[in-house]
Design a protein around this ligand. Structure first.
Ligand SMILES: [Zn+2]
Ligand SMILES: [Zn+2]
Length: 255
């Protein structure tokens, strides 16, 4: 299984970090975790097969996580690459996703769900188990960020596991969800002295790593204040029990 970081940043425009998007590829399918406006073109820049994308996961309705979805559907409607496509695109996400797409649709009469191929929107509940790809099972869990926000646990072929927290405030249940996973993709918006409760700072992220004992960690959703510090120097202060990587646009990992 391969992960490509499309966007390691936030909603704040940044020259190096575009907003949230992670491409996950298995032997048989592909999944996009969050779809910011920049993720749409980042997929093409990374030469990923966006035209055959199987599934999209939308963690919550903040625009740096979902803002690219209407634009992507507008693109696939007309792109030469998708005109022969027959297999469905499944869009899974938090409560309110359908309403948001329909509101967008209505505003411009785009008919975003009328595509050359079937599009399914599936809103999931916290703790509900579902199949996100043919060989990948998922469970979502509430996080303290917005009322609809969900973290997701992915299990590939009953073997490899990944948790993507998306945006979240501090809660120990993240550590429970991420217990011993092969990869934890966790937000770490701030270095320290976080200005809001609904995101994490490094000390909290490191505490969750100690509780959850994942095998490897990527910290992402990095606000520009991370530009001012050396990532590994800051991380080493907490003596993490596993490898902790700084998300960077274009980073590729084998899981
Ligand atoms: Zn965000
Ligand atoms: Zn958010």
């Amino acid at each position: 299984m391969k992960l490509t970081v499309l966007g390691s940043g936030t909603s704040v425009p940044h020259s190096q970090r575009s907003s949230s998007g992670f491409w996950l590829e298995t032997d048989t399918g592909s999944l996009l975790l969050d779809c910011s406006a920049s993720a749409v073109h980042r997929m093409a820049q990374e030469t990923l097969d966006w035209a055959n994308l199987d599934a999209i996961w939308i963690s919550h309705l903040h625009l740096d996580h979902v803002g690219g979805l209407p634009a992507f559907l507008f693109g696939t409607k007309y792109a030469p690459e998708t005109q022969e496509r027959k297999k469905p695109l499944k869009i899974f996400g938090a409560k309110g996703l359908r309403k948001l797409i329909e509101a967008f649709d209505k505003a411009g009469e785009y008919n975003l769900l009328k595509q050359p191929f079937p599009v399914e929107i599936i809103e999931v509940e916290s703790l509900e188990k579902f199949e996100i790809l043919g060989d990948m099972e998922a469970v979502a869990m509430d996080t303290p960020h917005t009322p609809e926000s969900l973290a997701i646990h992915l299990r590939y072929k009953n073997d490899k596991t990944i948790v993507y927290t998306a945006d979240t405030g501090y809660t120990k249940t993240i550590a429970t969800l991420a217990r011993a996973v092969d990869l934890l993709v966790m937000e770490c918006s701030f270095v320290k002295d976080k200005p809001v409760e609904t995101h994490l700072e490094l000390a909290e992220a490191m505490r969750l790593v100690r509780y959850g004992k994942p095998k490897r960690v990527i910290l992402t959703h990095l606000y520009p204040e991370w530009d001012e510090v050396d990532f590994q120097t800051e991380v080493k202060k907490f003596s993490p029990p596993c490898e902790v990587l700084e998300a960077q646009d274009g980073l590729r990992l084998e899981i």
